[in-house]
Design a protein around this ligand. Structure first.
Ligand code: VGL
Ligand code: ZN
Length: 205
């Protein structure tokens, strides 16, 4: 077991991001066994869950004439329009079958405000509205965060970038993440994470 300065952040491993889901990420389900094994090694485990109202403004269905994966300008900046996904209480919003969640101490739900999306586990997409996770982790004594989950280039990358900006030491386990890769979003996210000092690795270190 690692010491109390180490926390594992398990991002959005939910049915809608796995094959057959509304916003399926290729191979999303493949990471479950590895994430389960990694959880055994961490004293502090946080899960996040994308958790939208049915009329969330990140859904293309809320914008007449718009198609999924287009862009729209929101008051807080540009926003990708998504297929309806992770609706609060739906089967699609539930954790993927087999994900071993019993040892997690905190569940952060995000994206629950209709007019504001939230990719990062720390701040919503206005980059100002905090989820409370930074305070929780600091009070628990966490300094080094390991990130796994879905999707690499959206919720995982935004979480990793915010964590680095907040002063945490961040490791991303690329082998335990899968990407959406929309218009080069994966390469862009990798570049930003490298610049921010996020350590992207493919095995336990
Ligand atoms: C995510 C798009 C929309 C993610 C969530 O978990 O990466 N991506 N909502
Ligand atoms: Zn979402």
């Amino acid at each position: 077991m690692r010491d109390e300065t180490e926390a594992l952040i398990v991002i959005d491993i939910q049915n809608d991001f796995c094959p057959g889901g509304a916003l399926a990420v290729a191979g999303g389900d493949e990471i479950v066994p590895g994430v389960n094994a990694l959880m055994e090694d961490f004293p502090t485990i946080v899960l996040t869950q994308d958790w939208h109202p049915a009329d969330h403004t990140s859904f293309a269905s809320q914008h007449p004439g718009a198609a999924p994966f287009g862009m729209v300008d929101m008051p807080y900046g540009p926003q990708v329009l998504w297929p309806d996904h992770c609706v609060q209480g739906s089967d699609g919003a539930a954790f993927c079958p087999g994900l071993q969640v019993d040892r997690a101490q905190l569940l952060i739900r995000k994206g629950f405000r209709r007019a504001l999306d939230s990719y990062s586990a720390f701040f919503e997409n206005d980059r100002r509205t905090a989820t409370g996770l930074a305070g929780y982790l600091r009070e628990r004594g966490a300094e080094h965060l390991t990130m796994v989950g879905l999707a690499t280039d959206f919720c995982v990358a935004w979480s990793a970038l915010d964590a680095a900006r907040l002063g945490f030491e961040v490791t991303l386990r690329a082998d335990l993440c899968r990407a959406i890769n929309l218009d080069g979003s994966l390469a862009a996210a990798q570049q930003q994470m490298q610049k921010a000092g996020v350590s992207v690795v493919s095995a336990s270190g």
